[in-house]
Design a protein around this ligand. Structure first.
Ligand code: MGD
Ligand code: MGD
Ligand code: SF4
Ligand code: MO
Length: 756
């Protein structure tokens, strides 16, 4: 590779051995999907929703809101992607009928796939599965509240009550959930972010004193280089691709770091720009393919290259950071051979990437699950922050660090205090409100919640959205753990695998809720770029259904448990009063107190860093030495198979197909990766041949707690030694290694045996 001419190589670097796959991401298939859905019989409902003033349901990029469904945070139009249509289409399905549950017993419902469960339609009335019964049945609201009141108040310590939540709901629901739980004395506020960006929040807090991105969309538009590590934005944050396209158009560079060559990160055709749509736009200027789990080494390599070129910004480090000398010493003392052997990327490629950063004025370092879902996810964050600090890229416009967040309001949940690591400021504000200290007992994050439930330590669980069962590794254990909980209450819009497999010991109750564009009151959400959106009131197409808003249910439940302490809960059913409470409690959210009058959406104060002053105790950023990971794989015999077994052990990266949203599968194929159905493993051709297999052969894939059979091998441009499979199906075969500092499972480096 030519050191100085690293800006244009995309088409040729894509070496997909699978000839049937498209040669770019996005493109005409996306327009086709739009047309098919918006012109279909459901089209009118779909358009109504697209035009409704509310934030997109799908990812945290933050499209939609008061300026209209198609507008991004900078006011640009044409920003609604196909993923958004996909998620709305699922919400505007008809309701499930009452007869359905009379006809289908739980054993039959357990046979459904994720897609089939979602296609049953919307939950449209509350149901209960009582112990010993074989069918879900309709239940009255009176009985629900009486069971819930008992479940939350009788004969137990607060630690035996827990919640889990997922970031589709509103800030208002999130705030109420945590206030209700903390008033009870329970800090058990597990959340989907524990499985997702928790290492980012943890790592950024330790280093920079903040928990979220320090870059706004506006600022991103001024960058001239973006490092995109462990993210497949072409699938999961499609409108981020517009920013990458525009950055390339203005002469900027994109460094992609990903063990898998994702076609959309090489070339992407965006419907927002006609030229791009017709011919496709180059995305990656350089594409580095490290060994899964080795990013710390790769970033250390970049740091070493900077050091050797004399390009470390020591003035910046001296003025604005702490402990930088230790980090530089480590880089100095780590040999290139160790670095390249650990990450599997050559010195020259690493130097090329370092050169690009050095020659750029403003670099944004962005990342997603490839970085966080690792046993050493926090070290990954440290190594990225170290690199950004060494190049003076934090605390100025157009530069910074940017975790690319998942669910559309997952970040809002964290801001509202739905977390086991509560900010001091929020703790103090809540203690003032309650007029007593909060419980000091450490709460369960998602991983700890499953462990505690399995040990019989949880009696009552409320799940505000999500799919606790299928989102976790080791599904059989999760099922067993949940079955030891006496009462589980699921608030949900649509059925998912968790409602049929994640059953309680005594009562499993499903509360059907309005989604974001149906609520009878206004709500707010927070995007990954720290922008707060206001969602207008709406209505549901399910005219005969018996739905409730999350806010109404939580306030009524809280009223039953706490009466009028510390607030008049029923008054909070008018969400304006919740926003007033949020304004007083949540740092940076002051403006939400007036949003009902002003309708002014806003950037949360204190989050975007334009100067290198940090909200840490010393005002400086803190740097951490990052140990290199030891990335050995087990041997065939370690999988408890006989010695003659023909096969190969690889590091499996488990994640999303093109057409799924987390545990919910919309379509079975993944056309951009050439994967025809869900039971496939994507592998490097050389690995397949080494193991004596061939493309399309059916094999078994074995993890440390189970195996999948009849799995079809598909060739893909993934580096040797790695493979790709889809969750939630694959979650049945492995117990993950866990990042000890925040409980996040290592979903992106799962050792598996592929064998006959
Ligand atoms: N359409 C759609 N949009 C979504 C979602 C969805 O399911 N569907 N989910 C939402 C949520 S909750 C989230 S968290 C985000 C997820 O968005 P992403 O993080 O983009 O999704 P993943 O598929 O989990 O993995 C991202 C990439 O990490 C790479 N990777 C794996 N291991 C490594 C590694 O060791 N190092 C590096 N550098 N890369 C690695 C994989 O090859 C993959 O390309 O998307 C959000 N948006
Ligand atoms: N192997 C593997 N496992 C993973 C991952 C991976 O990459 N690999 N990724 C992890 C990540 S990043 C995440 S975020 C988790 C996802 O974990 P979760 O967030 O727990 O799961 P989802 O599939 O997003 O939950 C979907 C359900 O949410 C409900 N829902 C949707 N909208 C609303 C709403 O407005 N209100 C309410 N109350 N309910 C609603 C619907 O019932 C829907 O079925 O999975 C994790 N698990
Ligand atoms: S990029 Fe994300 S927020 Fe924007 S329209 Fe697509 S799914 Fe919605
Ligand atoms: Mo996520």
């Amino acid at each position: 590779m030519n050191k100085d001419n690293s800006n244009s190589q995309p088409a040729s670097i894509f070496n997909n051995p699978n000839e049937d796959t498209p040669d770019m991401g996005g493109g005409l298939p996306v327009i086709g999907y739009w047309a098919q859905h918006t012109l279909s019989p459901e089209g009118a409902k779909l358009w109504k929703t697209l035009l409704h003033k509310s934030a997109c349901l799908s990812c945290a990029w933050g499209t939609g809101g008061q300026k209209g469904g198609f507008t991004n945070e900078s006011g640009e139009k044409l920003q609604r992607c196909m993923k958004s249509v996909e998620s709305i289409s699922a919400e505007i399905q008809p309701g499930i009928t009452r007869q359905f549950f009379q006809q289908q017993n739980i054993q039959q419902l357990k046979q459904l796939t994720s897609r089939e469960a979602d296609r049953l339609g919307r939950w449209s009335f509350p149901v209960i599965l009582r112990s010993g019964k074989s069918n879900y049945e309709r239940i009255s609201w009176n009985e629900i509240y009486s069971i819930c009141k008992k479940a939350f108040t009788s004969n137990k310590t607060p630690e035996r009550i827990a919640s889990y939540s997922s970031g589709r709901s509103s800030n208002e629901a999130a705030f109420l959930l945590q206030l209700m739980m903390r008033t009870l004395g329970s800090n058990n506020l597990a959340d989907c972010s524990d499985l997702c960006h928790a290492p980012s929040s943890f790592g950024l807090k330790q280093t920079l004193g903040t928990g979220t991105s320090v870059v706004s969309l506006e600022s991103l538009k001024k960058a001239d280089c973006i490092v995109l590590a462990g993210s497949n934005a072409a699938y999961n944050h499609p409108r981020l691709m517009n920013e990458l396209i525009q950055l390339r158009d203005r002469g900027g560079k994109v460094i992609v770091i990903n063990p898998m060559k994702e076609v959309g990160l090489i070339k992407f055709a965006s419907p927002a720009f006609l030229n791009s749509l017709l011919t496709g736009s180059d995305i990656a200027s350089i594409y580095l393919q490290p060994i899964p789990g080795s990013d710390v080494a790769l970033f250390m390599g970049i740091q070493k290259a900077l050091l050797e070129k004399g390009k470390i910004n020591k003035d910046y480090l001296k003025a604005y950071t702490e402990d930088w000398q230790e980090v530089i010493n480590q880089v100095e003392n780590t040999a290139w051979e160790t670095i390249t052997a650990t990450c599997g990327v050559s010195q020259i490629e690493i130097e090329t990437a370092a050169n690009i950063i050095v020659n750029s004025e403003k670099t944004v370092f962005a990342w997603a699950m490839g970085i966080t879902q690792q046993k050493n996810g926090v070290d990954n964050i440290y190594s990225i922050v170290n690199t950004a600090l060494m190049t003076g890229n934090i605390g100025k416009e157009g530069a910074g660090v940017m975790p690319v967040r998942g669910h559309s309001n997952v970040q809002g949940f964290g801001s509202m205090g739905v977390t086991v690591r509560l900010k001091k400021e929020i703790q103090q504000a809540l203690e003032k409100l309650l007029n007593r200290p909060l419980s000091k007992v450490k709460g369960y994050d998602t991983h700890a919640l499953i462990e505690a439930a399995d040990e019989g330590k949880v009696e009552t669980l409320i799940c505000v959205g999500g799919n606790l069962y299928a989102a976790n590794p080791d599904l059989n254990k999760v099922k067993r753990a949940l079955s030891k909980i006496e009462t589980i209450i699921y608030l949900a819009t649509k059925p998912n695998l968790g409602h049929f497999h994640g059953l309680a010991n005594k009562n499993t109750i499903i509360i059907p809720v309005f989604n974001r564009f149906e609520n009878p009151h206004k709500t707010t959400v927070e995007s990954g770029n720290n922008f707060v959106r206001l969602n207008d009131e709406g209505e549901t197409h399910l005219k005969k259904a018996d739905l409730i808003s999350e806010v109404d249910f939580l306030t009524e439940l809280a009223h039953l448990i706490h009466s009028d302490y510390p607030v008049n809960w029923r008054k909070l059913q008018d969400t304006k009063y919740v926003r007033e409470l949020i304004a007083k409690t949540i740092p940076g959210y002051e403006k939400i107190g007036e949003i009902d009058e002003t309708e002014e959406e806003f950037t949360i104060s204190g989050r975007i860093f334009k100067t290198p002053k940090f909200p840490t105790a010393s005002g400086k950023a803190k740097m951490f030495v990052t140990p290199l990971p030891e990335l050995t794989l087990p041997e065939i015999k370690d999988f408890d198979v006989n010695e003659e077994t023909q096969g190969i052990v690889i590091a499996l990266m488990t994640g999303r197909s093109y057409a799924q949203h987390n545990t919910v599968v919309y379509q079975t194929e993944d056309k951009y990766r050439g994967i025809p159905h869900r039971n496939c493993i994507l592998m490097n051709k050389n690995d397949v041949e080494k193991a004596g297999f061939e493309q399309h052969q059916r094999v078994k894939v074995k993890g440390n707690v189970g195996e999948l059979e009849n799995v079809e091998i598909i060739y893909g441009d993934v580096r040797e030694g790695a493979g790709v499979m889809f969750y939630p199906e694959v979650n049945v075969i492995f117990r993950a290694e866990v990042e000890e500092r925040c409980g996040t499972p290592g979903f992106k480096r799962v050792p598996v045996l592929v064998y006959k």
